[in-house]
Design a protein around this ligand. Structure first.
Ligand code: GRF
Length: 195
């Protein structure tokens, strides 16, 4: 299964996926490329250690979507790698119906809460301030609605009364770094049904 990762930021999840792959833990999944809408993002830097092509693609604006004019370029560059699955790992733009259709909706996203609780931005902060005792992370199929697609897998994280926000963030990210590679492996080997 050929995987393309899209991300905008730190890239710790892309790194977790690449590490799992390097350790032979992804079974039939292979990362064939990483793309970012942010030129100097760390996610593009990680790939160098793993010999995976990583490219910035101009999104055409500063909004939360890819510019209509630029969409063709994104589709062209991603399609050139012939991916079976697109993984959104901290990608801060909403993919249009156009793009999703081009890839038959074979797109998954990682979200730092137990959806349907706390969709959207700042999910970890929202859970912490709501004083929930269990939060976590979710991997779901992507559709046109933000953080609404069918849930594939979740991992829980306990919030203890003594935890501060930084510790909760660390715990959620640690859970993400395990969950996302597992889901990719299971989609690749058929344990979880792919699209
Ligand atoms: C993760 O917390 C993910 O759930 C959210 O964005 C963050 C990306 O982190 N969608 P990183 O760039 O992989 O470190």
């Amino acid at each position: 299964m050929r995987i393309v990762i899209l991300g905008s930021g730190t890239g710790s999840n892309a790194e977790a996926i690449l590490n799992s792959s390097a350790n032979g833990q992804l079974d039939k999944a292979e990362v064939v490329g990483i793309f970012s809408d942010v030129k100097d993002s760390n996610i593009l830097k990680h790939s160098k250690d793993f010999d995976v092509p990583a490219l910035y693609i101009d999104p055409g604006n500063k909004n939360s979507v890819i510019n209509r004019d630029q969409e063709k370029n994104w589709i062209y560059k991603i399609k050139a790698l012939n991916p079976d699955l697109i993984v959104l790992a901290g990608f801060m733009r909403i993919l249009s119906k156009n793009i999703l259709l081009e890839f038959d909706y074979r797109v998954i996203n990682l979200h730092p809460s137990l959806l349907p609780s706390f969709p959207g931005l700042h999910a970890i902060e929202k859970a912490f301030h709501k004083k929930v005792k269990i939060t976590g992370c979710t991997v779901h199929w992507v559709n046109e609605d933000i953080d609404e697609g069918e849930i594939i897998a979740q991992a829980p994280v306990r919030i203890m009364d003594s935890d501060d926000i930084e510790l909760v963030k660390q715990k959620v990210h640690a859970a993400e770094h395990m969950l996302l590679p597992w889901v990719i492996r299971d989609l690749a080997n058929g344990t979880i049904q792919s699209r």
